[in-house]
Write a protein that binds this ligand. Structure first.
Ligand code: TRP
Length: 347
């Protein structure tokens, strides 16, 4: 394959994917898999950093998230889906990299402070080292490109620092990974706040058409509009933001906007049209999802085959890092333990 470079990106399996993930992330990944060698990581170890008391939840979410990825167009024949916990080299490289940064540096990572406040966390050691593990995820595959949202930029900065520091100390091994920001604006939730599972304002890929319709009919619109004959605002109105993204015909949307602004169409018919638009848009994806969901063994097979594909790459990088750092484990018994080294040790 003629590829531009190597991508690693991923997600924590914390719940089902919603349409914000679809247009912000997954559709982008599905495009990138044609242009780059792609590794898509199911970051299940990272989930443990904030929640280690619901093991059954992590496993269910892991399978469900992979199901959503595949339904959204991630093709396991083109890209490699990697289960983080099945490739022990992620944790091993993270341990080595943790020597190259300081506790003070990690305490300054903005997501560390924010999350502690937001979740009222008493942070574990594992949570403090979250971005070191993320750096290991990326560097293990020597990925040069990391598609992420803006919130992840501080983590990527640390990964770049760790790559530079390692290369300075031990010789060039890791490329400095570059972020690739998604050009898509953030999709608001049905209540116009950020779409987030904990806000109950998300439309999920796995939602039925009926649930989707119900969620759309309850959507936030223009709060200043009391009657259908009042002139309405389409700006900052998630119903129209969704129509802009999902409707097949922009002219139809323009037409609806004109009538909405003029007080010539009520909220309900616009929402009914949006429900139809969304359900049409999601229908092929849902069909694929239903087929996949009936074969959970296939999902496990995809994870297993991804794991066996990446293990040799992960092993090679880890051994190189171990060897450069002076650990004997990284040495090849036949080639590296030469008489010269042995003479040095024993004489
Ligand atoms: N921290 C990322 C998130 O919460 C998930 C992640 C883990 C990741 N490892 C990664 C993203 C490596 C990019 C590269 O979304």
């Amino acid at each position: 394959m003629d590829t531009a470079g190597r991508i690693l990106t991923g997600h924590r399996p914390t719940g089902p994917c919603h349409i914000g993930h679809l247009v912000g992330t997954l559709q982008n990944w599905a495009k990138l898999q044609n242009q780059y060698q792609c590794f898509f990581l199911v970051a299940d170890l990272h989930v443990l950093t904030t929640d280690h008391i619901h093991p059954e939840r992590i496993r269910a979410n892991t399978l469900e998230m992979v199901l959503d990825w595949l339904a959204a167009g991630i093709d396991p024949n083109q890209a490699t889906v990697v289960l983080q916990s099945a490739v022990p080299e992620h944790a091993q490289l993270s341990m080595l990299l943790s020597m190259l940064t300081t506790v003070a540096r990690l305490e300054r990572v903005p997501t560390y402070k924010d999350q502690i406040q937001e979740l009222g966390l008493n942070p574990s050691l594992g949570f403090l080292t979250y971005p070191v593990l993320q750096a290991a995820d990326i560097l293990l595959y020597k990925a040069d490109t990391v598609p992420v949202g803006e919130d992840q930029l501080p983590h990527l900065e640390l990964a770049r620092e760790l790559a530079r520091r390692f290369n300075q100390l031990y010789g060039e091994l890791f490329p400095e990974p570059q972020p690739l920001l998604s050009s898509h604006p953030r999709l608001p939730g049905t209540d116009n706040r950020t779409m987030h599972a904990s806000y109950g304002n998300a439309i999920y890929l796995k939602d039925s058409p009926e649930i989707t319709t119900q969620k759309v009919l309850e959507m936030y619109t223009d709060p200043t509009r009391l009657r259908a004959t009042d002139p309405g605002h389409v700006e900052n109105n998630p119903v129209f933001e969704y129509l802009d993204i999902f409707a097949p015909d922009p002219e139809e949307v323009e037409n609806l906007k004109v009538r909405y602004r003029a007080g010539k169409i009520g909220d309900v018919p616009v929402k009914q049209r949006l429900a139809q638009v969304l359900n049409d848009y999601l229908s092929p994806l849902r069909e694929r999802r239903a087929v996949l969901a009936s074969r959970p063994d296939q999902i496990l097979e995809i994870l297993q085959s991804g794991t066996s594909r990446v293990r040799p790459i992960a092993r090679a990088t880890l051994e190189a890092a171990q060897s450069r750092m002076g650990l004997t484990a990284g040495l090849d018994l036949n080639e590296d333990i030469s008489p010269v080294i042995l003479t040095g040790i024993f004489c």
